[in-house]
Design a binder for this molecule. Structure first.
Ligand code: HEM
Length: 406
């Protein structure tokens, strides 16, 4: 039964591939004016939801379980991760077709894509319960501390989503609450769950003897995270005291992440040098946060192109490349180094191409060529993923995330 966790890696890569191709469709639509009947907003929702729920989430859960839970006690993990995949893939066509729109089912108007993806949240809670039960009272090294904290932020982020869903039934029609709760959900999910858990994975693959448990930089990140949601809200909706608190929190998160990325970069050696690029992306993202906090007139989220590059530096540049490079070290039958390098180059080129949509490029340079170039660049991470997927399917019989031995 435990060996069944081996399905996670190829299944998550397949989700990544489909979600990436959906992003490519968005770029194709902008470049050539054809989206095959799907709306841009729905394509974007389908892309981001499948990426969030079908890629890092199940991979992180499998790796955390492999590292922290003994093989004979992982029985419940496999069905939980299957449920995560079921929610992610069932909601994908619904987001593509309907987005957040409600559908009339009987006498009720229901947002069916949201309902299908909520299936995920029940699986997250189940994972957290099993994890808490099976790791209670065990010693935590730094990776263990980061996993605990990342799961705490996963639960906190989900509370934002439930509260958001309750606004309408409770008759609360408030832009401030809707925006705040959306950002509590999305920001704590990506900046808390993904970033902290991925850092845990990286600490797990690095030599461990110097890692006691926590570190003051982790405390800085966790102290700042709960208030950073306000940085993403339209500034007109944020009361002044909350805006100041969010700026301080953002600074705290940025400084903490810079320190953590430096600690890890200094530890790289010949066995794990592939992790340099994702750590450099983490450093860049954190530097952006610190600059934003120290420069009152500068806000990453208020400039759409900058928000896009910031998001993809974190989610593609840091989280995705780090998971692919770490899987090489965690999966028993190695993922080929060539595939990871191909993906790293492709993802880095794609992220760099997003500079075209930032104020760094003079506005009068932008024309139809920009959208065509962005389309071609969106294709460059694809060969690496296809290679990784072929590797994963070929080695699935031998490879197993569960065979990792700390
Ligand atoms: C091959 C890799 C990828 C491609 C080609 C891609 C492409 C895109 C495109 C075209 C957009 C819409 C841009 C716009 O609004 O102008 C987008 C948005 C987004 N992507 Fe990606 N992306 C990739 C990887 C990822 C990954 C790995 C994640 C997360 C794990 C991710 C999460 C998101 C999110 C959250 C948004 C913003 C959604 C929103 O604001 O509603 N993307 N991406």
């Amino acid at each position: 039964m435990n060996r069944d966790l081996r399905f996670v890696w190829p299944a998550a890569l397949a989700c990544f591939l489909l979600a990436a191709l959906t992003g490519v469709l968005y770029r194709y639509g902008l470049a050539f004016g054809e989206t095959f009947g799907f709306s841009f907003v729905n394509i974007r929702h389908a892309h981001s939801h499948l990426m969030y729920f079908g890629w890092p989430t199940p991979v992180l859960m499998a790796i955390i379980a492999a590292i922290r839970i003994p093989p004979e006690r992982r029985r419940a993990i496999s069905p939980i991760i299957w449920t995560v995949f079921a929610g992610a893939t069932a909601s994908y066509p619904l987001f593509l077709l309907f987005g957040y729109q409600t559908m009339a089912i009987g006498s009720a108007e229901l947002p069916i894509a949201v309902i299908a993806s909520s299936l995920n949240m029940l699986a997250w809670y189940a994972f957290v319960v099993v994890y808490a039960k099976e790791t209670r009272g065990t010693a935590r090294d730094r990776a263990g501390v980061l996993f605990d904290l990342s799961l705490l932020f996963l639960v906190l982020s989900s509370l934002g989503a439930w509260a958001l869903a309750l606004l309408k039934p409770l008759g609360i029609d408030s832009d401030i609450w809707a925006s705040a709760l959306t950002h509590i959900f999305l920001d704590l999910f990506s900046e808390g769950w993904f970033v902290l858990a991925t850092l845990g994975v990286i600490f797990a693959v690095m030599p461990r003897d110097r890692d006691a448990g926590g570190h003051w930089s982790i405390a800085l990140v966790c102290a700042g995270l709960p208030v950073t949601f306000a940085m993403g809200m339209p500034s007109a909706l944020v009361p002044a005291p909350l805006a100041s608190l969010a700026t301080l929190g953002n600074l705290s998160v940025g400084v903490g992440l810079i320190v953590l990325s430096m600690i890890l970069i200094r530890r790289l050696d010949s066995a794990n040098w592939l992790l340099f690029v994702p750590l450099a992306f983490l450093f860049l993202k954190a530097t952006g946060q610190v600059s934003e906090s120290l420069t009152p007139a500068f806000s990453i989220t208020s400039i759409p192109g900058l928000r896009l590059i910031y998001l993809h530096a974190m989610l593609l540049g840091f989280v995705s490349i780090a998971l692919m490079a770490s899987a090489r070290l965690l999966v028993e039958a190695p993922v080929s180094k060539g595939a990871v390098i191909t993906f790293t180059i492709g993802a880095t080129a794609m992220i760099a191409s997003l500079i075209m949509f930032t104020p760094l490029i003079p506005f009068d340079w932008i024309g139809s060529w920009t959208f065509r170039a962005a389309f071609w660049f969106s294709l460059v991470p694809i060969p690496g993923v296809v290679w990784l997927l072929i590797d994963a399917v070929r080695t699935a019989r031998r490879a197993s995330i569960t065979t990792f031995r700390p």
